[in-house]
Write a protein that binds this ligand. Structure first.
Ligand code: FAD
Length: 401
């Protein structure tokens, strides 16, 4: 087996395949290997729509072999060690691969075990999570069958992929219950580790209205750490005004939970990680996407310490920067392309209406369309539910969008 590649990509998800395709469009003779153990490739942004009962889960998954760009080599292995001083990675099978240039993008790790009891009750007892391919359909089953009572939606204290997903599903659930005429029987709580509903004030203002209209009780700065499904009770920590941490609990009838997240363990345990980052992400220059200590290493997607919102939308802007800068160093030129922290969060505020929140590192709105995107509208709903899924499979993974 060939064990040396000019460019080795770790992770064949949204980031890995976008960047491989874009590299080959620029230079078709590149020798690229992509290491990824997964047989399947997922379009995760549609899991919110699956949980809301308007998207077929089977349309969010394809075989990895069918989406791997032609003229690359898929290596079905899992990396577990980086040796950047020797330009080498080792896989859990013991196999080693060497490279001239490395691109690291194995995504983010879902730390289900950090909420005691969650993993065992997922998919039953009216507890679900759209963060799982397996369980997103159960979210809809719960929402559709809910007849009233206490509904709890959680958001962890850690950074996560798609910061909007924990509350997107809440707005859709509330809208569904309103349309069923049962909202007055629903006591809806949002238990969030964040301190605000959204980090960009222009978009936060819209969501504050949506929360008010749905009579949603918001609890900020709380740390959900246990679910006792048998007793339908959720436990969380909350600071009082004196700064003391109090352990509180709430009975629930329905719970949508989002796990804490961090860098995959093999990144956390590696020399590539940012020592100062509590979640162990890969240390890169947040503008050039180049590793700060190993110049032939780049990283993008959910695994980096770039302080942007972790989304596929961010990857669309990061991938061309990685491609331009990687080709520059191959040509012994300076890296000049810069990523400005752009990210986007499409937030459905009700069925048929969506607010497309776009912003950069400075949390300044960066609206693409000539309308006020802070105002939810139907066109953005169509973009999210119809256009983006098509674009993902047909253009983004192929490097043409
Ligand atoms: C519920 C939900 C809703 C979302 N909504 C949106 C949205 O509306 N808009 C948006 O832009 N984004 C959204 N996202 C976020 C988006 O899906 C991610 O940001 C994006 O998939 C990240 O791409 P990535 O390539 O970094 O990671 P991934 O796409 O997760 O891919 C990582 C790849 O690395 C592989 N890998 C893992 N470990 C190893 C290893 N040891 N060795 C080699 N390979 C490995 C995995 O098998 C996987 O194929 C959402 C996510 C979720 C879960």
């Amino acid at each position: 087996m060939v064990n040396h590649y000019q460019i080795l990509i770790i992770g064949g998800g949204n980031a890995g395949l976008s960047v491989a395709s874009q590299l080959l469009i620029k230079r078709s003779n590149l020798n690229i290997g992509i290491i990824d153990p997964s047989e399947k490739h997922y379009y995760q942004p549609a899991w919110t729509l699956v949980g809301a009962g308007i998207f077929d889960i089977n349309k969010t998954v394809r075989n990895e072999k069918d989406v791997i760009p032609k003229n690359t080599t898929w290596i079905k292995e899992a990396v577990n060690e980086f040796m950047p001083n020797e330009n080498k990675v080792r896989c859990s099978s013991g196999k080693e691969f060497t490279y001239n240039y490395l691109i690291v993008c194995p995504g983010i790790q879902l730390d289900w075990d950090k909420i005691k009891g969650l993993k065992d009750t997922l998919g039953k007892n009216n507890v679900s999570s759209n963060y799982s391919f397996q369980h997103a359909p159960y979210t809809w089953e719960m929402i559709e069958n809910f007849k009233g009572g206490t509904a709890v939606f959680t958001n962890p204290t850690t950074p996560i992929k798609c910061g909007g997903a924990p509350h997107k599903i809440m707005y859709l659930a509330v809208d569904y219950w309103r349309k069923q005429g049962i909202l007055d029987k629903c006591d809806v709580h949002y238990l969030s580790g964040a301190t605000v509903i959204f980090g960009v004030k222009e978009y936060a203002a819209t969501l504050t209205e949506v929360v008010k209209r749905g009579n949603i009780k918001v609890h900020f700065g709380v740390n959900v750490n246990e679910i006792d499904a048998a007793n339908k009770t959720i436990f969380y920590e909350e600071k009082n005004q004196a700064g003391e941490v109090l352990r509180k609990s709430m009975k629930f009838d329905l719970c949508h939970a989002v796990p804490p997240q961090s860098a995959p363990d093999f990144i956390k345990n590696s020399i590539l990680k940012d020592e100062a980052n509590p979640f162990g992400y890969v240390e890169i220059d947040k503008y050039t996407m180049q590793h700060t200590r190993f110049p032939n290493v780049f990283a993008l997607g959910d695994c980096t310490n770039a302080p942007c919102s972790k989304t596929g939308a961010a990857i669309r802007k990061q991938a061309p920067v990685v491609v331009t800068n990687l080709l520059a160093i191959m040509d012994n030129k300076k890296v000049t392309a810069q990523y400005d922290g752009y990210s986007a969060c499409p937030i459905p505020t009700q069925y048929g209406k969506l607010m497309l929140a776009e912003f950069d590192y400075t949390n300044t709105p960066k609206m693409t369309f000539p309308i006020n995107q802070a105002k939810p509208n139907w066109a953005m709903w169509i973009l999210k539910t119809k256009v983006l899924p098509w674009l993902y499979w047909n253009k983004i993974l192929k490097g043409t969008a």
